[in-house]
Design a protein around this ligand. Structure first.
Ligand code: SF4
Ligand code: FES
Length: 232
């Protein structure tokens, strides 16, 4: 099968506005969007810029918008798209560094705001702070987050309010607040309990859940945090 890739091209330093450029490629079985990008870059246009590292859905760096849906390029096989035309764009709602590369600076600034680490005050045990299977299970799913940004980029509340922490940061906060070893629950909760930027800005639209390549029920985690704040 031959596929046409319509790829978003924009260099803010030299282009006034973005455009799309078409590339045609023979697709073999199993080839992913990231493989196709590699082929196009190697043999048709070395100037295309995109981000990738692990090629195994682990690092989160290759998240882009594929035919209107946020997804990992390395995990999306072209045959599953059921279309001979494949439109590739950077993650919506983020600034663009170049072509398919979104600027994650603000995303990581927000992550810092939720204090993404265990807070402890008690004297550390000799070896390590232990956690039982039952306690670990509560945060198992949230721990799978690879910080790809697909959820935050698909969130209308984030598009409308750039101060909103966004689903990725709030899910990360859930991971620490519901961690049985964390002794800084108040500090962690305070960071997400902000009127303009915190978890109350979520309108339960569920785009984040649809976008998450790790199948994390982010909205459920946000609701668990809301319940915790309502019934301390
Ligand atoms: S919660 Fe899912 S979509 Fe959001 S950053 Fe983590 S892995 Fe990506
Ligand atoms: S390249 Fe690492 S998640 Fe896709």
């Amino acid at each position: 099968m031959k596929a046409t890739f319509k790829i978003f091209r924009f260099n803010p330093e030299s282009n006034e506005k973005p455009s799309f450029k078409n590339y045609s490629l023979e697709i073999s079985k199993g080839i992913t969007v990231l493989d196709a990008l590699g082929e196009i870059k190697a043999h048709q246009d070395g100037g295309i810029t995109y981000r990738r590292s692990c090629r195994s859905a682990i690092c989160g760096s290759c998240a882009i918008n594929i035919n209107g849906i946020n997804a990992l390029a390395c995990r999306t096989q072209i045959e599953t798209l059921n279309s001979p035309i494949i439109k590739l764009e950077p993650l919506p709602g983020f600034k663009i560094i170049k072509d398919l590369v979104a600027d994650f600076e603000e995303f990581f600034e927000k992550l810092k705001k939720i204090k993404p680490f265990l807070i402890t005050y008690s004297i550390p045990p000799e070896k390590e702070r232990l956690q039982g299977h039952k306690e670990r299970k509560i945060i198992d799913q949230a721990l799978n987050c690879i910080l790809c940004g697909a959820c935050t980029s698909s969130c209308p509340s984030f598009w409308m309010n750039k101060n909103y922490l966004g689903p990725a940061a709030i899910n990360k906060s859930f991971r620490f607040i519901f961690d049985s070893r964390d002794e800084g629950k108040e500090e962690h909760l305070d960071a997400v309990n902000q009127e303009q930027s915190g978890l109350w800005r979520c309108h339960t639209i569920l785009n984040c859940v649809d976008a998450c390549p790790k199948n994390i029920d982010i909205t459920k985690n946000i609701n668990s945090l809301r319940l915790k704040l309502s019934n301390p």
